[in-house]
Design a protein around this ligand. Structure first.
Ligand code: BES
Ligand code: ZN
Length: 444
């Protein structure tokens, strides 16, 4: 690994490019400018494209007639680093420990997209030319649903015409095991606020005579699942495509022990999920309803005898083929209205959403990607689906008319979205090799 590559990685990671929080928007723009500089520095024509949200970074090589066009997508925004006290080192001061770089965004997605940039840099240095017509599109709103990027794709549809999209923003099933993902779950967000009295009340004076919004919210949230882990919203599973036999069998043959590894990675005392499905099936092919956050009432030290005025919860649903986000949100809203305990009111605010994605890993480009992975890692390629979401991928199909190759570099222990997120330098190197191999395999 060249020292300059590591320096680039650190510089990229030092930007606290947290897209959810408006206070950081200046930092996102600085990060985008850094990328434009970097991409120009390696010989691409790079520009920063403003959007109503965070800027898009777009870079191209000199395109030539008759060559394949490839769009490499990634994101420079990151999730909030909280809870800060659970980090062993500050999230935006990268450190290298035993071959792993620790920082927010190290895996998701800065390390992965940087390995493509460095791969292109090395190819241009070594050969002066890339084998394909290339676009880099690196956005700053992936972690908040890619709200501006669809429009950008529409507006630049003709200029962005390409044969396939390459994305490294997914996982590998194990270290040194190249992995091609052919599916992603979708996601739909919904925020709830349950309100009772107009202010926090003395729980001795009023408790028992006025409904407690925190209790009501807890009761309401408890109706979302049954005891077997199934989502209890009427109609929730109506459109879920059953898992096919071949997939079920293929996943059983993957060279991993998902239950053991998941227990180790998460530290959970036991696994739990929808009855009748294996761990991988639950994550890759079944929909869920998750409570991402819950709050209300006194959260400080000691006791405060209070009956809170309101309580809130943030929910997201993970969606699978053939569920539709707006339908699921409507069903959920109906369920919540019906199950709301008496004495409180409920406010619901739908948030971002992104559709699921499913493609064929055996088509022409899928095969090219598999050859490239095999070459870069010198090991057999695993074909999997993913539980996470990359909202823009379905727009690449709908707007640009192309399929996406998901060539993940995240390891099971990377702690994306968690404290102590990390990326092994070994994978930065592997990503550089993979980038070279995939552009070569995709070239005509
Ligand atoms: N890199 C992830 C997506 C991912 C995670 C794919 C795990 C495969 C496995 C991406 O950055 C992400 O976190 N997406 C969000 C999207 C949402 C906020 C709209 C997600 O999945 O929560
Ligand atoms: Zn993410």
């Amino acid at each position: 690994m060249r020292a300059s590559h590591l320096e680039d990685f650190y510089s990229f990671l030092r930007f606290p490019s947290v897209s959810t929080d408006e206070n950081y928007s200046g930092k996102l723009t600085e990060c985008a400018h850094w990328l434009v500089e970097k991409l120009s520095g390696i010989g691409l024509r790079a520009e920063l494209v403003p959007t109503p949200g965070h800027p898009v970074v777009w870079a191209r090589n000199q395109h030539r007639e008759g060559r394949r066009a490839v769009l490499i997508y990634g994101h420079y925004d990151v999730q909030p680093p909280d809870p800060l006290e659970l980090w062993d080192s500050p999230p935006f001061e990268p450190v290298l420990k035993d071959g792993y770089v620790f920082a927010r965004g190290a895996t998701d997605n800065k390390g992965q997209i940087l390995s493509h940039i460095l791969g292109v840099q090395e190819t241009i240095e070594q050969r002066r030319e890339l084998p394909v017509n290339l676009h880099f599109i690196i956005e700053g709103e992936e972690e908040i649903g890619s709200g501006s990027l669809g429009n950008f794709l529409h507006q630049n549809r003709d200029a962005l015409k390409c044969d396939t999209v390459v994305v490294s923003d997914t996982g590998m099933i194990a270290p040194r095991t190249p992995t091609l993902s052919y599916g992603l779950r979708g996601v739909a967000a919904l925020e709830l606020k349950v309100t009772g009295p107009k202010m926090d009340l003395h729980s001795g004076i009023y408790g028992g005579a006025v409904a407690n919004p925190a209790t009501a919210l807890a009761q309401l949230l408890a109706t979302l699942h049954d005891r077997e882990g199934r989502v209890a919203i009427a109609g929730f599973y109506d459109r879920v495509a059953p898992l096919e036999d071949w997939e079920r069998k293929a996943w059983q043959k993957l060279p991993i022990s998902p239950d053991k590894e998941m227990l180790r990675e998460t530290g959970a005392p036991a696994l739990f999920g929808e009855a009748g499905f294996s761990t991988l099936e639950r994550i890759w092919a079944r929909p869920t309803a998750e409570i991402n956050g819950i709050g209300g009432g006194y959260q400080g030290r000691g006791t405060k005898t209070v009956l809170p005025s309101y309580a809130m919860a943030k929910l997201t649903f993970r969606l699978v083929p053939d569920q539709k986000a707006d339908e699921i949100i409507a069903l959920a809203e109906k369920h919540l209205k019906k199950n709301l305990p008496p004495g409180v009111t409920l406010e619901k605010t739908a948030g971002h959403h992104g559709p699921w994605y499913l493609t064929d890993p055996h088509n022409r480009f899928g095969q090219a990607a598999q050859r490239a992975l095999q070459k870069a890692f010198n090991a057999e390629v695993a074909l999997i689906r993913e539980g996470g979401s990359i909202p823009i991928v379905s727009d690449f199909r709908n707007i640009l008319g192309v399929e996406t190759l998901l060539l993940g570099l995240a390891l099971p222990g990377c702690r994306a979205h968690s404290p102590n997120e990390n990326f092994p330098l070994e994978n930065l190197d592997a990503g550089i090799r993979m980038n070279k191999a995939v552009l070569e395999e995709l070239a005509v």
